[in-house]
Design a binder for this molecule. Structure first.
Ligand code: MRU
Length: 346
């Protein structure tokens, strides 16, 4: 597999060996990298979506646990892990990365060997994520015919991972191989990850992208202007139900009605075999102001009730395929419940 550079690095190490993130709250207007030296700063960055996307917050938490502890002891790792875990409940990658760091802390004597072991594990998590993205890009090529028009939701690109993204990875690979691909990016209310982030990174990579508001997808599908819906995932239950950014479920219903494949791309670390179905997935509820305010302007009268779940669950019956780093899982599921059906890592 040829190497493909992401258009941007969202999360990684600073030269000083601390966590470096690109502050996504400021995009597309301003590109500001921040080096975060305390667990509180990292927790705040995850909560406020300065760093976001399921794989990226897992990598950020791992690097934080390796570089931002007040003292490198097992007790300090446990306390910081609990704080970071509580920041966002839906993305399984966060807890998955934290559990890997905890396993290292529980197995080893105190500093300095613990310090080195934590750093090595965090780097493994980062590097594995980058490699998983690349393999997802490869496995997704069967949908990337020349001229394909892909509708995506939220941001499951380089900004959401340590590599070339998940849902956007097949597009980056196809583009690097000279195939023409075109992206329709849902703006993704209320935090506009599609408009602010997906369009920005695709433009930077030279991939044609058009932004639409979330209500426009149906008419584009009806007009025959969408070949594929391709989204990421925050958690995939054992039966194949998929939690992803609010609005993904609606797109899956629309795609089924119009006979368009609805494909999910995610690393194997997003599959949660301990969660039987989507009904058991905790959905993060966020503050009312995210909906009530557009910038500084109030667009909902004060006192009106507001509903703001960050994610929804797409039932597996509406999912055509799940592209993982290990291979493509196809409907009909409950494939995931039976791990032996899952292709081994390549
Ligand atoms: O709230 P966000 O911006 O973190 O939500 C992100 C998504 O829903 C992504 O689609 C998902 O995390 C997959 S990112 C590769």
């Amino acid at each position: 597999m040829e190497q493909i550079e992401p258009p941007v690095r969202a999360v990684g190490w600073s030269p000083a060996g601390t966590l470096r993130i690109l502050d996504q709250r400021l995009l597309p207007g301003r590109e500001l990298e921040r080096d975060l030296g305390t667990i509180d700063e990292v927790a705040d960055a995850i909560r406020t979506l300065a760093v976001r996307g399921a794989p990226a917050i897992g990598v950020a938490a791992a690097i934080a646990l390796a570089s931002a502890l007040p003292e490198v002891t097992r007790h300090a790792v446990e306390a910081a892990a609990a704080l970071l875990r509580a920041t966002r409940p839906t993305a399984v990658n966060l807890g998955w990365a934290i559990d890997r760091m905890l396993a290292v802390a529980r197995a080893l004597p105190p500093a300095p060997s613990l310090d080195a072991a934590l750093r090595a594990e965090a780097e493994r998590i980062r590097a594995e994520d980058e490699a998983m993205c690349r393999r997802i890009g490869e496995h997704g090529q069967e949908w990337m015919r020349d001229g394909v028009r892909v509708l995506t939701h939220c941001n499951a690109g380089a900004l959401a991972t340590a590599g070339i993204g998940t849902a956007l990875a097949p597009l980056y690979v196809a583009h690097a191989r000279g195939r023409r691909v075109e992206v329709l990016a849902d703006e993704t209310r209320p935090l506009l990850q599609g408009a602010r982030l997906t369009a920005w990174e695709l433009q930077r990579a030279g991939i044609p992208v058009t932004v639409l508001t979330d209500g426009m997808a149906a008419s584009l599908m009806a007009a025959g202007r969408v070949d594929l819906v391709l989204v990421g995932a925050d958690r995939i239950a054992a039966n194949g139900d998929v939690a992803n950014k609010i609005g993904s479920y609606g797109l899956a219903v629309l795609a089924r009605h119009h006979g368009i494949p609805f494909v999910v791309a995610a690393p194997w670390s997003t599959v949660d075999l301990a969660t039987a179905t989507g009904a058991a997935i905790e959905i993060e509820q966020r503050g009312a102001d995210e909906v009530a305010l557009v910038g500084d302007r109030r667009v909902v009268a004060a006192g009106v009730a507001i509903h703001n779940p960050a994610f929804d669950v797409t039932p597996h019956a509406l999912v055509s395929a799940i592209v993982t780093d290990r291979g493509v899982l196809r409907a009909p599921f409950p494939f995931v419940a039976n791990v032996s059906l899952v292709p081994p890592p390549i």
